[in-house]
Design a protein around this ligand. Structure first.
Ligand code: SF4
Length: 149
């Protein structure tokens, strides 16, 4: 007798995502009305670029997204990004769009917020960043529009 799927058999789910490592910087210069990562704006655990690079290698994950808070507030972030690129990772940087992108090394995919008026942080958008956004060939996301209004 032929058997078909039973209610216990979940339907196949296409894999449209990938697992990535997300080191999160623990400071931010903004205070968005909808912030969902307030926990990331205080405290944290200090880690050197060497340790994070080592950690990324240990996970075996190809993609590393450096996020925050606002990672560009931390002096060591450009060095960390550079090291991760050199190690062959696909490197994403998530930034709130208020700071210069000049320190970001080549080869990093930049995911940049544009703060809407409802965030209360609209005046902090650094519009000139839009001109310096490039598109490394394997970047799928270049910028994002955060908030409401
Ligand atoms: S930029 Fe991000 S982390 Fe900072 S306050 Fe806004 S939503 Fe929160």
């Amino acid at each position: 007798m032929e058997t078909g799927p039973t209610p216990a058999d979940p339907p196949p789910v296409p894999l449209a995502y990938q697992v990535m490592l997300k080191p999160r910087g623990a400071i931010c210069n903004l205070d968005c009305a909808y912030c969902d990562t307030r926990y990331a704006r205080h405290g944290g655990h200090p880690a050197t670029a060497d340790r994070i690079v080592e950690w990324a290698a240990e996970t075996g994950l190809a993609t590393v997204e450096v996020t925050g808070g606002e990672p560009l507030l931390q002096q060591g972030t450009p060095v960390l990004l550079e090291r991760l690129v050199q190690e062959g990772h696909r490197v994403l940087l998530e930034t709130n769009g208020s700071l210069s992108l000049d320190p970001v090394p080549r080869g990093v995919c930049i995911i940049m917020d544009l703060k809407a008026p409802g965030s209360g942080m609209f005046q902090h958008n650094r519009w000139e960043n839009l001109e310096s956004l490039g598109l490394p060939e394997d970047c799928m996301v270049q910028d994002k529009f955060m908030g409401y209004d």
